[in-house]
Each structure stands twice: as C-alpha cells, then as structure tokens.
Write a new protein. Structure first.
Length: 152
C-alpha cells in the first residue's frame, strides 16, 4: 500500500513548513500542490495542514471546497475524487504585499475536450491517454488544477 509512503512524504513537507514558519515568524509564502493520491479529508492531508509545532493550521487546502462543474479531478468506478490538490501557506492567504492567494481562486480545469462519456458508469469521466495498455488518444486520467495568484 502507498499509505506509509504518503505519510512519510507528508511528514517531510510538514517539517519543511514548520521550519519556514519558525524562521519567517509565520509570514512565509508557499504552495504545496500535486497528486496526493488521497482525498481532501484523508488523515494524511490533515496531518500536513495542522502543525504540531504551532498548535494550529498554517496551511490551507484550497481544493477542499465545493466547486461548480466537475466535482473532482479523478473518477474511479463512477465516483469523482479530488486527488490533485493545492495547499497554500497562511502567509500567502493573508499577504498584504506581493503575491497572495484567495480561496475562490482555485478551480479544476475541465473543458469538454478533456472529458468523455463513461462507457462503464453513467456520466462523464476524464479522457485518458491509456486504459491499461490500450492507447485511447486522450490527455490524462486526472484533470488539471489551477490557482490564480494576485499581486498587491
């Protein structure tokens, strides 16, 4: 199972974030993003967001919200999940100068050309490049995520 590896990587990121927090007095700006291979409410994500050093949350998962359109980045057996996530530091969320992020600036990019009708389960799914070893000619089995950053 990939769970022990996910936990180990989350702890490595957590250690780096706690270090940055200490040296910057909480004002550091960081973005942690990618395919976490788990949902937004998974314990691994919770352990990444909550800081035992600070005793509070210093990272915010912008992917943890209800969005219009496609309800996730990956569809497995007819169920959409958000495995691809964007997590930002408190310093980026509360920044009054330079780059900043806002919760509403996260979205899943889901134009029609990245989707197709699911032949096995009702509804739409991603238009994958491969299904097993069979070439389908699509793009990916995950939808891309976007984050618009502002500048003050």
């Amino acid at each position: 199972s990939g769970e022990p590896l996910r936990e180990e990587v989350a702890q490595m990121v957590r250690n780096a974030v706690d270090s940055l927090y200490r040296v910057s007095k909480g004002e550091f700006k960081a973005i942690v993003f990618g395919d976490f291979n788990c949902s937004t409410d998974d314990p691994v994500i919770s352990s990444l967001i909550m800081s035992p050093v600070v005793g509070d949350r210093i990272l915010f998962n912008l992917s943890d919200q209800h969005l219009k359109g496609v309800p996730g980045t990956y569809r497995y057996m007819g169920t959409w999940e958000t495995l691809d996530q964007v997590i930002v530091s408190e310093g980026l969320m509360k920044s009054s100068r330079g780059l900043y992020a806002e919760k509403g600036n996260f979205r899943i990019f889901s134009p029609d050309f990245l989707l197709r009708n699911d032949s096995k389960y009702p509804g739409i799914t991603t238009f994958s490049t491969y299904r097993g070893y069979r070439y389908l000619g699509g793009f990916s089995d995950h939808l891309p995520v976007l984050l618009d950053l502002g500048f003050r």
